[in-house]
Every structure is written in structure tokens, then in C-alpha cells.
Design a protein around this ligand. Structure first.
Ligand SMILES: Cc1cc2nc3c(=O)[nH]c(=O)nc-3n(C[C@H](O)[C@H](O)[C@H](O)COP(=O)(O)O)c2cc1C
Length: 218
């Protein structure tokens, strides 16, 4: 029995009258979910549509609350941390994390960054100890798998691609995933959305095939 946490980050929905307006990353995430759920005994499915409900940006008061020991937190500080507590609880329960996201301005959408800022939190998802020398941070969670599926308008964002150096999306999420307790990281990418040509159709087809295969494997 496994728990799947699905995080969608596109501002677009998947029920538009015009299918070309639909989110590609959310559609691909749905495909993965359908195949994965057909193969696995699901104990719980947790879903967050960050495009629909954008987490708030953290503030100075939020940071102060995080660094206040729990027993000394005021009611107002507990209220400020309530969403973060809830998102971290969802993350802790997850065996598999599925993140679907668009590439916006060569990186992740602000909504997804806001989610990471809410969940990567001292003494909850990572510990900090200067006795560890130059690398004082250490994740608290472990053993999780992460599937990242993302969609881009341009192309060439793979390791050998012509825009490899402009991909600030998947390398960033891979770095952060360490602090979610992720030990196995998989990524699937669809490209060429802005060209809307045969290359785009082929890219979606290849991404769909990779996700179907991955759903059988993990
Ligand atoms: C605000 C915005 C910024 C974007 N920036 C980029 C970009 O930097 N590089 C790129 O390849 N595509 C970019 N795109 C195109 C999206 O990545 C593409 O439309 C993708 O399919 C969106 O994901 P979705 O279909 O799941 O909504 C951008 C789109 C928007 C709306």
C-alpha cells in the first residue's frame, strides 16, 4: 500500500473548450496517475493544484515563527505556520511524489517555488548543524521517489540539447528534492509547445510512452 502525492503547478486547467489551451503537464501527470494506480495498491492519493490555489509567499513573520521553538510559538505564529504544517504532513505521508509543472521563464512557476518554500523547513524537513562543516544541512525524510514531468514551449533543454544551459527548472527541482527525502529521481519532458508542429506531437507521444513505462517500473 503506497501513498501518492501529486503536485500540479500549471496555471492552466485541463477542461478548456479549446483543447489546445489545456495544460500539457497536467494531462501528462494524469496519464502517469492512471497507469500507476492500475498497477499499485493505493492507500492514499493526495492532490494539490497549485495553479488553482497558489501558496502564499513566505514573510519575515513566517521566518521568525519557523525559528521559534514550538513550545514558545504564539497562537498567531501557529496560525502563520498552519499551511506549512499541513503541506509537510502531506509530504511525510508520501511514498511517491509526482510534480507536474510548466517551464516559465526558464525556471519553475512562482506557485511551485512558493510550495517548496513552505515545505523545506528547518527541523521539519532538514536539520542544520555547524558541526557538519561546510555542509550543515541534512534531510530528515528519506526513501521517497519523485517523478517530475514538465512541459516547455521551446526545445533542447535535455543534457545535450541546444538550450541545456537555460534549463533552470529540472536541475533546480532535482537539487531541492534531496530535502524532500527523495532518493530516486525521474524526469520526463515535453517540448516544442510553441511550435505546435509535428515535433511537438512527437515530443508528447514520447513523453507519454516514457511515463507509461515508468508507471510500470516504480
Ligand atoms: C508565463 C510563461 C512563461 C513561459 N516561459 C517559457 C520559457 O522560458 N521557456 C519555454 O520553453 N517555454 C516557456 N513558456 C511556454 C510553456 O512552458 C508551455 O506553454 C508549457 O506547455 C506550459 O505548460 P502547461 O501546458 O502545462 O500549462 C512559457 C509560458 C508562459 C505562460
Amino acid at each position: 500500500m503506497k501513498t501518492l502525492l501529486r503536485i500540479d503547478a500549471s496555471a492552466r486547467r485541463t477542461d478548456n473548450d479549446k483543447p489546445s489551451y489545456n495544460s500539457i503537464s497536467k494531462s501528462l501527470a494524469q496519464l502517469f496517475c492512471d497507469h500507476w494506480q492500475a498497477q499499485n495498491n493505493l492507500s492514499e492519493f493526495i492532490y494539490r493544484d497549485l495553479g488553482d490555489q497558489v501558496p502564499p509567499a513566505i514573510t519575515q513573520d513566517w521566518i521568525a515563527a519557523v525559528f521559534t521553538p514550538e513550545e514558545h510559538q504564539s497562537t498567531e505564529q501557529q496560525r502563520l505556520l498552519a499551511l506549512s504544517d499541513c503541506l509537510i504532513d502531506e509530504l511525510q505521508r508520501a511514498d511517491i511524489i509526482l510534480i507536474s509543472t510548466p517551464m516559465y521563464n526558464y525556471g519553475m512557476p512562482a506557485a511551485l517555488k512558493a510550495w517548496f518554500d513552505q515545505v523545506i523547513r528547518i527541523n521539519r524537513t532538514f536539520s542544520f548543524d555547524l558541526k557538519r562543516g561546510d555542509f550543515p544541512l541534512r534531510p530528515i525524510l528519506s526513501g521517497k521517489k519523485l517523478v517530475l514531468v514538465y512541459s516547455c514551449g521551446e526545445f533542447g533543454f535535455g543534457e545535450e540539447g541546444i538550450r541545456a544551459g537555460m534549463n533552470h527548472l529540472s536541475p533546480h527541482i532535482k537539487t531541492l528534492s534531496h530535502y524532500l527525502g527523495v532518493e530516486q529521481f525521474y524526469e520526463v519532458r515535453s517540448e516544442y509547445q510553441e511550435f505546435a508542429d509535428e515535433r511537438h506531437r512527437a515530443s508528447i507521444k514520447a513523453a507519454s510512452a516514457s511515463l507509461t513505462e515508468l508507471a510500470l517500473k516504480i
